[in-house]
Design a protein around this ligand. Structure first.
Ligand code: ZN
Length: 123
């Protein structure tokens, strides 16, 4: 029997996996039961099916820049920070595994600085 006690990982990386964007796009915009593509409104003017085909054509290791050029926004490749609403490539999630809260490096750095300034409890 091991004496090692693992601390649960309360702080984890939060990213949007680029290799699954096409698959996630299809899951969101393709109605399997009716075999139809849902309408997608965007400034680029492509239908959801056209965007899916372009995402698939990027191959297995697309860059976020190529994906964003097709979709027209950062929401499929970046994480939205719950502290400041900025889109970042990498954030951290703090809390239980099902926690949806994500924080960007800037917010985490500001939080750490604030905690360091008040580590003795003074306010
Ligand atoms: Zn932030």
């Amino acid at each position: 029997m091991s004496d090692i006690r693992m601390r649960p990982k309360f702080v984890r990386l939060a990213t949007q996996p680029l290799s699954t964007v096409a698959e996630r796009w299809k899951r969101q915009y393709y109605e399997t039961a009716d075999m139809i593509w849902k309408r997608y409104q965007c400034s680029i003017g492509s239908s959801s099916k056209e965007i899916y085909d372009k995402l698939v054509a990027l191959g297995d290791n697309p860059t976020w820049q190529d994906i964003n050029a097709i979709i027209g926004n950062l929401s499929w490749t970046h994480v939205s920070c719950d502290g400041c609403s900025e889109y970042v490539l990498v954030a951290v999630s703090i809390g239980e595994y099902d926690s949806k809260n994500k924080y960007c490096p800037t917010c985490v750095a500001e939080a750490a600085a604030l905690l360091a300034q008040h580590k003795d409890g003074e306010q």
